[in-house]
Design a protein around this ligand. Sequence first.
Ligand SMILES: [Zn+2]
Length: 194
Amino acid sequence: MLLHIDEDTIIELAVLVGGENAGKIMKYLLKKPGITDEELSRILQIDIKEIRKILHKLNEQGILHYELAREKDTGHRIFRWYVGQEQVTGFIITNMKKILERLEERLEYEKNHQFYWCETKGCRKLPFEEALDNLFKCPVCGKPLQPVNNEETIKAIELKIDEIKRNLEQISRVKKIEEKPIIKEKSKAAKPKK
Ligand SMILES: [Zn+2]
């Protein structure tokens, strides 16, 4: 089984990292691997500086890599850009792990704290210490604070954690099978950040 991260996910990822224009660039790069920054600028009608800024940002995150070539006549340097499926997978794994850590912290927090709430929409729930400081009155609307049953929240977080763990396991398993012998790379590919 090959892990296939669909194009929409990759485009969404680019938007997340570099904004709307990054999404447009990614969409085009998926169709035309090896396109240059100048071609992208011309086709998408986006300023070349902006294009380069976004390409480098995506490269820093390890989603794209480039090959450097020289124009025969002028010696002008050309950057050809590529999306690395392997790199995208790495990026997604790293981010899923971050989300997982945050959720686990949140779960601990929910389990170890009793919360109080005024039951007014838009007002936040306060942990015990803060509720006590406010003499069990909402600091926003002034209504009395009631203890909150957060079992539902805990259950929802636990479900989400399970789901991410399962996905991570699946991706890691597929990644191991897919890892190929090292092919000499011409390009400088940024390593995904840890
Ligand atoms: Zn309130």
